[in-house]
Ligand binder design. Structure first.
Ligand SMILES: Cc1cc2nc3c(=O)[nH]c(=O)nc-3n(C[C@H](O)[C@H](O)[C@H](O)COP(=O)(O)O)c2cc1C
Length: 329
């Protein structure tokens, strides 16, 4: 069994945290908790389950579900368990209109009793640990008191003990999902206050955390865990020190990373994927940021992005991109 108490996770991100991204991240960090993209209960019940839920990586992974029907969530949770996920999470933070039309996502913040029912259904359907990912509020319901009431109800009626809080409100009309991740200001203070008011709950903070130093600061300030989203995708290698980051030794910047091992593992993975009929760009598009901010990093990125579509079966492309860009010289 994995340590689901490790205090660092990578956020669920649609189109980004698919099985290939998670495979790559698992080669960089063994302990960080990974999340799937959100999968709706409806899709699981009607769609291709292997395609939606199949995993390629080991280690702790949480399936994020979306939905507003307790019965469908219960069934989806049961199916999720069969696919070897370690825990389940409910999305109550996504403001996209497509999601709102199904009346789930962030607009569920207005219906804490329904969220509590969904959480109970998820736990009953799976017997796995469950958590909820939500915002600090939605427009019109923005105060700390509203947030605290939401957490209280979901905890007491929904028997939920783990809350992942994106420290911004969601504005349900007029802003795109991406604007909703940058325009509403971050209110970390509200998340810290939640931890003080509910010390027995696991409170995980999310939103705007850029690196492991930021993450460590949040943990040292009393929160239980930190979830990193965009920075984990744009600059995946910040996670190379994650496994030792929360030990007494702190962040070990001197460790060298075994690129040869990673090259070999990627090549083997791509070989399998290509044999199954896959194209390498569906995997390697997630590696574009591997040398973010480093000398040669842009050349690496350009080489990879120009060639991964042209040579859709070239399993050595990652290695060649490193050699051609000189990033490791
Ligand atoms: C491309 C993209 C897709 C996202 N998809 C989801 C999703 O499926 N479920 C979810 O709960 N949040 C989703 N989010 C929100 C992130 O999980 C996270 O809450 C948000 O990006 C804030 O964290 P950050 O500032 O560390 O990126 C998505 C974010 C991005 C950038």
């Amino acid at each position: 069994m994995f340590d689901l108490d490790f205090p660092l996770s990578i956020a669920p991100m649609m189109e980004w945290t698919d099985r290939h991204y998670r495979f790559l991240m698992r080669k960089i960090t063994q302990k960080t908790i990974l999340y799937t993209e959100m999968v709706t209960a409806e899709a699981i019940l009607r769609g291709n389950q292997e395609k939606l839920l199949g995993k390629s990586e080991d280690g702790p992974c949480v399936l994020q579900l979306g939905g507003d029907s307790p019965e469908k969530i219960r069934q989806a949770a049961r199916i999720g368990t069969e696919f070897r996920y370690d825990a389940l999470n409910l999305n109550v933070g996504c403001p996209s209109e497509r999601v709102q039309n199904g009346s789930f996502g962030a607009c569920l913040m207005k219906e804490p009793n329904l969220v509590a029912e969904l959480m109970l259904a998820m736990a009953e359907g799976s017997k796995l640990p469950v958590s909820v990912k939500h915002r600090i509020g939605v427009n019109g319901q923005e105060s700390y008191d509203d947030l605290s009431r939401f957490v209280q109800i979901v905890h007491e009626r929904g028997k939920t003990n783990h809350f992942i809080v994106h420290a911004r409100i969601a504005i349900l009309e007029g802003l795109s999902p991406s604007e909703n991740r940058s325009i509403p200001p971050l209110r970390y203070g509200d998340v810290h206050r939640l931890k003080k008011d509910f010390p027995h709950l696991k409170i995980e903070i999310n939103g705007g955390i850029k690196d492991l130093n930021d993450a460590k600061f949040q943990i040292d300030s009393g929160l239980d865990a930190v979830m990193i989203g965009r920075a984990a995708y744009e600059n995946p290698m910040i996670f190379r020190f994650a496994d030792s980051c929360f030990t007494n030794q702190g962040i070990q910047n001197s460790e060298s990373f075994n690129w040869d091992k990673l090259n070999d593992e990627i090549e083997l993975y791509l070989r399998d994927w290509v044999i199954q009929g896959g194209r390498i760009h569906t995997v390697l598009r997630h590696a574009l940021g591997f040398f973010y901010g480093q000398k040669g990093g842009r050349i690496f990125r350009r080489y990879l992005s120009e060639n991964m579509h042209k040579s859709s079966k070239d399993i050595q492309l990652f290695k060649n991109a490193i050699a051609s860009s000189g990033v490791l010289d």
